[in-house]
Design a protein around this ligand. Structure first.
Ligand SMILES: C[S@@+](CC[C@H](N)C(=O)[O-])C[C@H]1O[C@@H](n2cnc3c(N)ncnc32)[C@H](O)[C@@H]1O
Length: 270
């Protein structure tokens, strides 16, 4: 795994932080830390931290006596995260091999990361290993693309104007729509008290075309898909028309997103 972000990777990480996070991901972080009642002084791990929005929310909760670690395999994400919040320990790595000792953390969190893990059973075993007895895990996971139709529509624009691979990269985050198999993986790893709740939150983009522009500039580069400015302009012109149903009277694009938050506890005394 490369440790130093290239300029291109860092630009994608910054783009993700500037464009995606406020529009789509920030609304979920408070709910995730509340779902397991992260307390002052706690040790928290954020797996698949991206540019770090959940880790930053956790830092606000644990305060100066606590510690937050953010882990992600993408050097550009870790580089962007460091720029925003240097008080968090940002670690390059994957969920399947957590570079931490047994029973290190009171809370292990992950917001919209599980869908990308190469080996989800191994990742759950690793989460269990690094969680303290009595500690808790909380994962936010999107429902399927049918429950998130704006992403079905964005993928269709990319399918027609970029490539099937680009469209697929937008659909991947919606591949774990059924919580039961995820609950099963957590139980198999040893966690108890596995519960989930369904939630809907509003996404707000500055315009319909921005719904697609964030994908072009902040997401597709993670999959090695880079478009030049001329190509980007062509896709965005189509987005103006095809995503116009999401426009409000003020020109913003607004739509509901649907996900579940699954929580579980490691047996034993806290
Ligand atoms: C949709 S982003 C979510 C980022 C962040 N949690 C947020 O809410 O903004 C998914 C993240 O999963 C990371 N990821 C991909 N494969 C992973 C793996 N095997 N282990 C941990 N993280 C992974 C990606 O690099 C990316 O940053």
């Amino acid at each position: 795994m490369a440790t130093q972000a290239t300029e291109e990777e860092l630009a994608a990480g910054r783009g993700y932080e500037a464009l995606f996070v406020p529009a789509l991901f920030a609304p979920w972080s408070g709910h995730l830390v509340n779902s397991v009642a992260v307390h002052a002084g706690a040790q928290v791990l954020d797996i698949a931290c991206g540019s770090g929005v959940l880790a930053r929310t956790a830092l606000d909760r644990v305060g100066p006596s606590g510690r937050v670690v953010g882990l992600d395999p993408a050097p550009g994400m870790i580089g962007a995260a460091k720029e925003v919040e240097p008080r968090i320990d940002w670690v390059l790595g994957g969920a399947e091999h957590l570079p931490f000792g047994d029973a290190t953390f009171d809370y292990v969190l992950s917001q919209f990361g599980m869908m990308f893990f190469n080996d989800r059973a191994q990742a759950c075993s690793e989460m269990f290993r690094v969680t303290r007895p009595g500690g808790k895990v909380a994962l936010a996971i999107w429902h399927g693309v049918e429950e998130n139709p704006a992403y079905r529509d964005i993928a269709a624009v990319l399918e027609d104007h970029v490539s099937a691979k680009a469209a697929e990269s937008v659909r991947i985050p919606f591949c774990l729509g059924n919580p039961d198999p995820v609950a099963g993986l957590l139980s198999d790893a040893g966690f108890g008290d596995v519960t989930f709740e369904t939630l809907s939150k509003q996404a707000t983009f500055p315009s319909p075309r921005m719904m697609v522009e964030v994908e072009l500039r902040g997401w597709l580069p993670m999959f090695g898909i880079h478009l030049n400015e001329e190509e980007i302009a062509e896709v965005l012109a189509s987005a103006d028309t095809r995503l116009s149903r999401y426009a409000t009277t003020t020109g913003e694009a607004v739509f509901q997103t649907s996900a579940y938050v699954i929580t579980a506890q490691k047996p034993g005394a806290a």
